[in-house]
Design a protein around this ligand. Structure first.
Ligand SMILES: [Zn+2]
Length: 229
């Protein structure tokens, strides 16, 4: 496979019997271009340059997802907790658990554990963080909004940060919020509570947000830079 230097980055280029050029960002953030057999380097370079913003966005989206499918949960991997970066350290122990220790998140598992088992442990860790953080926020923001959720739950959602079933008064929050700065959880929670008053994303809704969580624009921009709304 050829490689082409685009803006200082070496990008692999595969040439095939195809009509159009394609660019893809793999789960690990690697970029690859597929181009027609006769496409000149200059055209490929121009194509890559024209997609620079898109590539950046894809990389951010993948980073936000924690590229979960690609993570093996092995020592040395990066691990986010409330927006802070840690290193994952896997230790073998008969007793399983996850704890934060200095700059490390220490994952204790029996020797020979599968990546799926380690992923499950980390999900449990994030879930516990949220289980602790959410009730006091629901309490205080319930008062601010003047509406309370009848129930709430945490789900590992792929495309949304939260949801609200206004009829059932049930709020759902994304498990991955425990990886982001605390204000992200705060914003999503207030957003979903505000849906108890107004279901649509209309001017009334955003006026409520101005009142209940004046900093919502900045936090939302931050969230949207990372993944789905
Ligand atoms: Zn909404």
């Amino acid at each position: 496979m050829n490689r082409l230097n685009v803006g200082g980055v070496d990008i692999p280029v595969e040439k095939k019997r195809i009509k159009n050029m394609y660019i893809r960002v793999a789960a690990d953030g690697g970029v690859k271009i597929t181009a027609p057999l006769r496409a000149p380097d200059e055209a490929i370079r121009a194509f890559a340059a024209s997609r620079a913003a898109w590539i950046e966005k894809q990389k951010q989206r993948l980073a936000a997802q924690g590229a979960r499918a690609e993570l093996l949960y092995e020592s040395g991997e990066e691990c986010l907790v409330w927006g802070a970066r840690y290193r994952l350290f896997v230790e073998h122990s008969l007793k399983s658990g996850v704890r934060v220790e200095g700059e490390n998140v220490v994952l204790s598992v029996p020797e020979g554990s599968s990546a799926a088992r380690r992923a499950e442990m980390m999900d449990g860790f994030y879930r516990a963080l949220l289980n602790e953080a959410i009730p006091p926020l629901l309490e205080s923001y319930g008062r601010v909004v003047g509406a309370r959720a009848a129930s709430w739950r945490i789900r590992d959602m792929k495309t949304r940060w939260g949801s609200c079933n206004a009829r059932e008064r049930r709020v759902c929050l994304n498990l991955r919020l425990a990886k982001l700065p605390p204000e992200c959880l705060e914003y999503v929670l207030v957003h979903e509570l505000a849906h108890l008053l107004e279901r649509g994303h209309n001017h009334r809704f955003w006026a409520y947000m101005d009142r209940f969580y004046p900093n919502w624009r900045a936090v939302r921009a931050r969230l949207n830079g990372r993944a789905a709304d």
